[in-house]
Design a protein around this ligand. Sequence first.
Ligand code: NDP
Length: 360
Amino acid sequence: MSAAAVLLMTARRSRALDTPPPAKKLGVALLGLGSYSTHELGPALRMTEHCRLTGVVTGSRAKGEKWAREYGFPEKNVFGYDTIGQIAGNPDIDFIYVVTPNGLHAEHCIAAAKTGKHIICEKPMANSVADCDAIIAACRQAGVRLTVGYRLHYEPHHAELARLAREKVFGPFMRMDGGNGFEMGPGATAKNTWRLNKELAGGGPLMDMGVYVVQAVCMAKVEAPPVAVTAKFDPVTRPEVFSEVEESVRWTMEYADGAKAACHATYAESVSRFRAEADGGWAQLEDPAFYYDEPMLTTSRGKVHLPKVNHQVAQLDGMALELLSGRPSIAPGEMGRRDMAIVEAIYAAAKSGKRVEVRA
Ligand code: NDP
């Protein structure tokens, strides 16, 4: 070996000794390898700094093994829904991320919590407040952290809206207006599309798209739940598609300080917007306010320029850093439960035609 090579090796070794080892990347196992896992969360986990994909839970062993090859984790970390318990004690996995249809979140989160791993549950947290309570209780009993996949809390434009609200930059937001939805494609039915199936989805666009509007209103009110809601279902225009769940719903959220939010969730048209007004100014998330693109935030002072981030990378790294630093999460299970209490009140108001108090 030449002297130069020896010098280079020594320099490398001493640099390796001087430099602290890179912080541990936390291991995430995705539970449910459908569209959101395949197109967003999996790819995001290739880009995250503080966590990486180290396992999957799936109904298809062949699909899981393909993921193991593509993402470079061992095939022993492919689990089935009936073998979730085997994840206990697996040193590669820190988080289990539940990404199955809404109606299965409670069953899957509870089974996952029993392994002693931390839980991320996709939105909406479950089909009912009772199921949210069961998930929270299971996570408490297991001593694990529970967060909800509320990616927008980690997105700079939405975080800026939250700051404007928190710091009352324009005064408290008093008048809010938001909508979110897309047009459900032709041929979709309750039998072939779980989002239209009451048992698996828990409801229609309110459970899916409406939760974003509920979240935005709560953000603009510094995470306070409303005191009451009123609501009305829009007429169903395609009964063959919407046989089990609503096609569109409109609702109003009322606050103790007199603030009101007019909201809309729909599977009949493409919409994604939110505006909040205070006596001293306003803030508006331009359409598309809630999609994966960079949202545009405009206020009465002009356009707000903030960095563009990949929402899922920001959320996953944000949640990993919260855990590594021991900080409480900004999207905890209790927030998912609060939103479900609001959603249940909206459904009760739409069905009864009455104003319903929210017990969040
Ligand atoms: P998909 O239908 O595309 O995937 C769901 C996956 O769950 C399936 O591929 C399957 O995975 C698994 N699964 C287990 N049991 C069932 C069952 N009985 N019926 C259907 N699927 C089952 O749904 P998405 O990925 O679009 O949505 C999953 C969750 O993620 C939902 O709660 C949704 O609200 C949420 N979501 C959140 C988004 C966000 O921006 N935060 C965006 C999109 C969705 P496998 O084959 O591996 O068993």
